[in-house]
Design a protein around this ligand. Structure first.
Ligand SMILES: Nc1ncnc2c1ncn2[C@@H]1O[C@H](COP(=O)(O)OP(=O)(O)OP(=O)(O)O)[C@@H](O)[C@H]1O
Ligand SMILES: [Mg+2]
Length: 258
C-alpha cells in the first residue's frame, strides 16, 4: 500500500449533482452484473470504489461513459441522460474522461500525437492549439521531455501519466479511473498517485476504482464498497476504515489491510 502524504480539503459543490445513477441494472446475457445501483456524485466530489474481484466495479464506471450499456434505470451526467441517442452519448463522452489499468495508448503514435488525436478529430481543435494544450498537460504530469517518443519507450508510470494527460486534453468535467496503478511496478505507483492528488486538489470530480487505501484515506470524500453487483456500503474514509458495518466489508478490509 502506498502512503500519500497530504490531505486534500473539501471542494464539493453540495447542491450540484454531476452524475446521477438511479435504480440502475445491467445484465451480461443472463448474468445480473449490476443490481439496483443508486449513486449521486456532486461536482468536485472524489469517490473511491473498492470491492472483491468480479463485484462489478469496472462495469459500473464503464456504464458512466457508455463503454457498457445499462438495461434498466437512469444514468444522468451533467443533465444529459444516457440513452441510445448518439448525440447524448457523444456529449457525455466529451465530458467524462477515462484512465484504464493498461494505459491504452496507441503504440504507433508519438506521445504528442496520442494527446492531440482526440482534440483534433473529435473536438476539431486546430493542430497547433492542440499541441500547445498537450504540451501544457505533459508539463503538468512532469513528462514534457518525452513528447516525441513512442509509448513503448516509456516506463509504465510514465505511460500512465501520459494517459492521464491525454484525458485532460479533452477538458473533461469528470475523470473515471479503473485501477490506474495496479499494473505498475511498486516504485512507479507514487508518481501516478501524486498526479491524481494534484488533480484532486484542483477540484476535479473523480471516481476511482482502486485498492490504494492510502489514496482513499487522503483524497476520497466517500468510499464505496461493492459486492455481487451492488453497492453494499458507503461512508467517509474515516468511518469506512475504522468502523466498517458489513461482514463482507470487514473481511475485505482484513484481506487488503494487513
Ligand atoms: N463482457 C462481459 N461479458 C460477460 N461477463 C462479463 C463481461 N465483463 C465482465 N463480466 C463479468 O461481470 C462481473 C463483473 O466484472 P467487472 O469487470 O465489472 O468486475 P470488477 O469488480 O471490476 O473485478 P476486478 O477487480 O477483477 O477488476 C464478473 O463476474 C465478470 O466475469
Ligand atoms: Mg475491474
Amino acid at each position: 500500500m502506498t502512503q500519500t502524504t497530504e490531505a486534500v480539503d473539501n471542494g464539493i459543490k453540495e447542491n450540484d449533482t454531476i452524475i446521477k445513477i438511479a435504480g440502475m441494472h445491467k445484465w451480461y446475457g443472463d448474468f445480473h452484473v449490476l443490481q439496483d445501483v443508486n449513486l449521486d456524485v456532486a461536482r468536485g466530489e472524489r469517490i473511491v470504489i473498492c470491492g472483491p474481484s468480479g463485484s462489478g466495479k469496472s462495469t459500473l464506471i464503464r456504464c458512466i461513459n457508455r463503454l457498457e450499456e445499462h438495461q434498466r434505470g437512469k444514468i444522468i451526467v451533467d443533465g444529459t441522460e444516457l440513452t441510445n441517442d448518439l448525440k447524448n452519448i457523444e456529449k457525455i463522452r466529451t465530458e467524462v474522461g477515462m484512465v484504464f489499468q493498461h494505459f491504452n495508448l496507441f503504440p504507433h503514435l508519438t506521445i504528442l500525437e496520442n494527446l492531440t488525436l482526440g482534440p483534433i478529430w473529435v473536438r476539431k481543435t486546430p493542430k497547433r492549439e492542440a499541441e500547445e494544450t498537450a504540451m501544457a498537460f505533459l508539463e503538468k504530469v512532469h513528462i514534457a521531455e518525452q513528447a516525441q517518443k513512442y509509448p513503448g519507450q516509456l516506463s509504465g508510470g510514465q505511460q500512465q501519466r501520459v494517459a492521464i494527460a491525454r484525458s485532460l486534453c479533452m477538458k473533461p468535467n469528470v475523470l473515471l479511473f479503473d485501477e490506474p496503478t495496479s499494473a505498475l511496478d511498486p516504485e512507479m505507483v507514487k508518481e501516478v498517485l501524486d498526479v491524481m492528488i494534484s488533480l484532486a486538489r484542483e477540484g476535479m470530480t473523480m471516481l476511482v476504482v482502486t485498492h490504494e487505501m492510502g489514496f482513499a484515506k487522503s483524497v476520497a470524500h466517500r468510499v464505496l464498497f461493492m459486492d455481487y453487483g451492488r453497492i453494499v456500503e458507503e461512508n467517509t474514509p474515516e468511518e469506512f476504515f475504522e468502523n466498517p458495518q458489513h461482514d463482507r466489508t470487514k473481511l475485505f478490509l482484513s484481506q487488503i489491510l494487513h
